[in-house]
Design a protein around this ligand. Structure first.
Ligand code: FAD
Length: 251
């Protein structure tokens, strides 16, 4: 609770530990528990690993680890998720120097073990990837397509997955034409979910669902009852910038 309060006071900050814990969980518990990975599922996995290699904030060893995961899929028609877990376990040690900390939630820590954690980390991971992609390449829909494929084929919450696929159509994901609009598309999609879940039983009372960013965190982002999209974009590009990632114990 003390750490949660301290982190809360820092405002909207991205922690490497949250991104890594989301990645670990997705590899070990979602992909890792999928028995028959072939066809669309295999394509979705390739797209996910490809964006991770390009944009996940790992060092040299981490990149090598992700490359090995992608290599596993090459020339395969199908595989069992357990094969992925074997590779992850090999690299998930202190000696391998891939992950910066043990599995833990910092900004995504919930007031009980059922709240927040993985889904929070997964959102942050994909927001981070859209921002990182905008700095590095001009392939506007690359990350959103990888996310859509991941959520459809691997995300454990079936309702969430269905909602997200519906939103990709109703909010015209295919109409995204720039890296900046990809960042804003995901921000808006996330706010749609925040609105739907506001007051829901799944909400953590310590972290009520708000339209993000709150007026307190970004007064300039709002123009009366409307958003100032340029300011929102600026805000997201700062919050999810790789240079602003915090490491545990760094301060
Ligand atoms: P989260 O909503 O998980 O947000 C995590 C962090 O992201 C926040 O702490 C904040 O720092 C930042 N953030 C918040 N909003 C934005 C934004 N708009 N743009 C950028 N950053 C933001 N649960 C359901 O019950 N029903 C659903 O249909 C559903 N759909 C989901 C779809 C997806 C793709 C995902 C990843 C999760 C979904 N969930 C759904 C889970 C739900 O959205 C939350 O992740 C969960 O309730 C935990 O909420 P949280 O308070 O940790 O904040």
């Amino acid at each position: 609770k003390q750490l949660r309060d301290k982190v809360k006071k820092m405002g909207n900050v991205v922690f490497q530990a949250d991104l890594e814990s989301a990645l670990r969980y997705s590899l070990k518990h979602e992909i890792g528990t999928t028995k028959d990975i072939f066809g669309e599922k295999l394509d979705a996995l390739k797209a996910y690993f490809s964006v991770l290699i390009k944009y996940f904030p790992f060092g040299i060893q981490g990149k090598a680890f992700l490359e090995e995961l992608l290599d596993l899929l090459k020339d395969k028609v199908s595989l069992d998720g357990a094969t992925i877990v074997e590779v992850v376990n090999k690299y998930d040690t202190e000696a391998a120097n891939v992950f910066s900390s043990k599995h833990q939630w910092i900004a995504c820590d919930g007031s009980t073990s059922e709240k927040r954690g993985y889904p929070c980390g997964l959102w942050m991971l994909f927001h981070f990837l859209t921002v990182e992609a905008s700095e590095k390449t001009n392939m506007p829909k690359e990350v959103l397509h990888a996310m859509k494929g991941y959520i459809k084929n691997y995300f454990g919450c079936a309702d969430c997955s269905r909602h997200f696929q519906e939103m990709a159509v109703s909010r015209d994901l295919e109409g995204v034409t720039s890296a900046n609009s990809a960042i804003l598309w995901l921000w808006m999609a996330h706010n749609t979910v925040n609105k739907r879940l506001s007051g829901d039983v799944s909400e953590d009372p310590e972290f009520p669902k708000v339209q993000f960013p709150s007026a307190t965190n970004c007064p300039k982002c709002r123009l009366g009852t409307n958003w100032d999209y340029n300011e929102v974009l600026k805000y997201l590009k700062i919050m999810y910038n790789s240079l602003n990632i915090r490491y545990i114990g760094a301060d």
